[in-house]
Design a protein around this ligand. Structure first.
Ligand SMILES: [Zn+2]
Length: 238
């Protein structure tokens, strides 16, 4: 009897651990994205036409490729915006919601290949469902959150220091995955691997503490090292 009870509890546990769904995460991301876009709309949204056109020209073929390679994403309502707001840099949310800041691209003086690498990295976060996986990892670490309202859970994942600290290692792995898969993905789009990897050289050069991992990002130096190695392997096997 006890054995059945334990098995039953495991099933309940497994059931609650899947309490967060991709649809829920995408709806949450869409709302957060809308909030940020509406804020920027007061004057800083898509406010540099030339920059917007440059980003769109680079992003469009990558998004089309993502739709082919990750069929789930073909049904998404992809959105791409730019801003000159210096507080934003670049991000992708669940469901293909992208924002790229000109201030960030200017600061690093990114070439087209390097900007494609940045976009590919962000697109990988979306298509690899990194937001959803982060929620699932948080539920694994703190199963009690299964009963928390989703909006609160979503807030905590980006603001609760104790939870964020627990997730830091997991987030670093996701960054490395987005780097690696993004480089492979952009290379399939035709960009030379070494030119893509150069993005990480600039990131490391412009970082104030290139050898130190930030809260949830691996150190820029280690990302540059990994990208350089991968690009060299890819060029050697051509
Ligand atoms: Zn990232």
């Amino acid at each position: 009897m006890l054995r059945y009870l334990i098995a039953f509890l495991f099933l309940v546990q497994a059931g609650t651990a899947q309490a967060v769904t991709q649809a829920e995460v995408m709806a949450g991301s869409a709302k957060l994205y809308r909030g940020q876009i509406d804020e920027l709309r007061k004057g800083r949204l898509d406010d540099d036409e030339r920059f917007g056109a440059r980003v769109a020209a680079l992003a469009r073929p990558l998004i089309e490729q993502a739709k082919r390679e990750f069929p789930e994403s073909a049904a998404w309502d992809w959105e791409l915006h730019t801003t000159t707001d210096g507080d934003a840099n670049a991000f992708a949310m669940a469901g293909g919601k992208l924002l790229v800041s000109r201030a960030y691209v200017d600061e690093l003086a990114l070439s087209d290949a390097e900007l494609a690498m940045l976009l590919a990295h962000e697109i990988m976060h979306a298509v690899l469902r990194h937001n959803l996986k982060e929620f699932e990892e948080a539920l694994r670490l703190e199963p009690g959150r299964a009963t928390q309202p989703f909006a609160e859970f979503e807030h905590d994942i980006d603001n609760d220091n104790a939870l964020m600290r627990k997730l830091a290692g997991f987030n670093q792995q996701q960054e490395l995955e987005a780097d690696r898969e993004g480089l492979l993905f952009a290379a399939r789009a035709g960009w030379p691997p070494q030119a893509l990897a150069a993005y990480f050289r600039k990131l490391a050069k412009h970082s104030h503490s290139a050898n130190f991992a930030r809260f949830d990002h691996p150190s820029p130096a280690s990302r540059w090292h990994a990208a350089r190695e991968l690009a060299a392997q890819m060029e050697a096997s051509r």
